[in-house]
Design a protein around this ligand. Structure first.
Ligand SMILES: [Zn+2]
Length: 471
């Protein structure tokens, strides 16, 4: 791989502004606004064709719309002889908006400082997408042919729920009767020093994904002058509802994925104290934890009650994000309104969670409404919790080759990804970003000064090259 060229192409990708412009964020923007917003997405698709000519000649590709680009890299076994099932790799080329004045670098300048490339999308996720394309181009130049079909599906609206991109592509695959053995999407990284007491790098394979639900809670009342307030006020009713929600958190639960995670952590702690790891001990602890899940989960939750990151793995969380009353200090609001954002842990479906919240509030003057796109949790493939099953071996092998010493462990993705739209098409899904990141590195995602080290960019290229080489 020619490193300088790869970095240059990465920088060009960052400079194409695929953040969705402010004026197009409304429900149905006027046609000319929509067209202007879609132009950079098309420009990004065109850029890939120019930057990766050999891969474009090797693979078939389809531009379904500005938000959907699909590739099929034909495997040696496709056709008459049935071979191993196809694999699908997902990425997205849209990015979240920026507050440019809070950045120390131009968010779309792709500046390189101190070994880091700065720019919106550096981590989420043009870094992965470009690393994947670099790997594909290089392998195409070498004349590599995978054993099975490898598909790529790139979306242009992941940050807006993937309704035009991922959903269109998933429907397109379903229409062709195309299925996949497993899927790889963006997700958790190889972490360092993320979990207390563990210094071994952990490759977090998020094989399960939490659901997403935003609810508006609203109480209406007659507007009027604040000199004559009614006895029961909308804001007070709303406040009482919020208080009830905060006093009744969702029950904790130990999913098989989290049981496996905890037994690994126990074992790795022992290992760091000088004892040798015993795979059977991990299996045994996992089995015990799974069996005692209902008993163990509350104890774990108690132990980790000050650790929001661990708590998020154990229950459905409720974040109170928006609150609104009157626009003036001396006017009664006609409506008091709050928004809560839930991340649903299986088995809580969207409907179950709405029923639970409405039961806790217990007051039908508080109107509950779903905001935007809601999705129920995506459970793990049953084998993935036990560290086997479709793709596990190849993924683990590639991790060990690229991140020496890193231990692959099952994990839960607490954010939503495009892969949820593809869940019916595959045996299992990995949400994993092949980069070594500390908690500080990760905090720039969706924040200010998003950046990625060039070292990580090269590691990602190596990971995809190694992984695809095995498929
Ligand atoms: Zn992303």
């Amino acid at each position: 791989m020619e490193r300088e060229g790869a970095v240059e192409r990465f920088r060009r990708a960052i400079r194409i502004r695929t953040d969705w412009p402010e004026n197009a964020r409304g429900k149905e923007p006027p046609p000319e606004v929509l067209e202007a917003a879609e132009a950079p997405l098309r420009a990004f698709q065109d850029f890939l064709a120019v930057a990766y000519p050999r891969f474009f000649r090797t693979a078939e590709h389809w531009v379904l719309n500005p938000y959907a680009l699909v590739f099929r890299w034909p495997g040696a076994s496709s056709g008459a002889i049935p071979g191993p099932e196809a694999v699908l790799i997902l990425a997205h080329y849209d990015v979240v908006p920026v507050e440019a004045d809070k950045w120390s670098a131009d968010p779309f300048g792709a500046e390189i400082k101190g070994g880091f490339l700065y720019g919106r999308g550096a981590q989420d996720m043009k870094g992965n997408l470009i690393a994947l394309m670099e790997a594909a181009e290089e392998l195409s130049i070498q004349g590599f042919r995978p054993r099975r079909d490898i598909w790529f599906a790139f979306g242009g609206d992941e940050e807006r729920s993937g309704l035009m991109g991922a959903q269109t592509m998933a429907a397109w695959f379903a229409g062709r009767g195309q299925r996949f053995s497993w899927i790889l999407d963006e997700g958790s990284p190889v972490t360092i020093n993320q979990i207390r007491g563990i210094n071994i790098p952990l490759a977090l394979f998020s094989v399960e994904e939490k659901g997403f639900l935003s609810l508006e809670l609203a109480v209406d009342q007659k507007p009027g002058h604040s000199s004559r307030p009614p006895r029961v006020q909308a804001v007070a009713l709303l406040a009482r509802a919020l208080l009830r929600i905060s006093r009744r958190p969702f029950p904790v639960r130990l999913s098989p994925t989290v049981a496996a995670l905890f037994s690994h952590l126990t074992e790795l702690r022992a290992q760091e104290r000088g004892r040798t790891p015993r795979p059977w001990a991990i299996a045994l602890t996992t089995a015990i934890l799974s069996a005692l899940g209902p008993l163990v989960a509350p104890i774990l939750a108690l132990g980790f009650r000050k650790d929001p990151q661990i708590l998020a793995l154990l229950c459905t969380t409720v974040a109170m994000t928006q609150l609104e009353g009157s626009p003036a200090d001396n006017v009664m609001p006609s409506r008091a309104r709050a928004v809560i954002n839930l991340r649903l842990l299986a088995p809580w479906s969207v409907d179950d969670a709405i029923n639970y919240i409405s039961w806790i509030i217990g007051d039908d003057r508080v109107k509950i409404r779903v905001l935007g796109f809601a999705s129920s949790p995506v459970p793990a493939h049953p084998e993935h919790g036990r560290e086997r099953g479709p793709g596990w071996e190849e993924m683990a092998k590639a991790v060990r080759a690229v991140f020496p010493g890193a231990v692959p462990i099952p994990f839960i993705m607490t954010a939503a990804t495009d892969s949820r739209h593809y869940q019916k098409l595959a045996g299992g899904i990995f949400r994993f970003s092949p980069m070594r990141l500390s908690p500080a590195d990760m905090s720039s995602v969706h924040g200010h000064d998003e950046r990625i080290s060039l070292e990580n960019f090269f590691l990602a290229i190596k990971f995809y090259t190694t992984l695809i080489g095995m498929l």
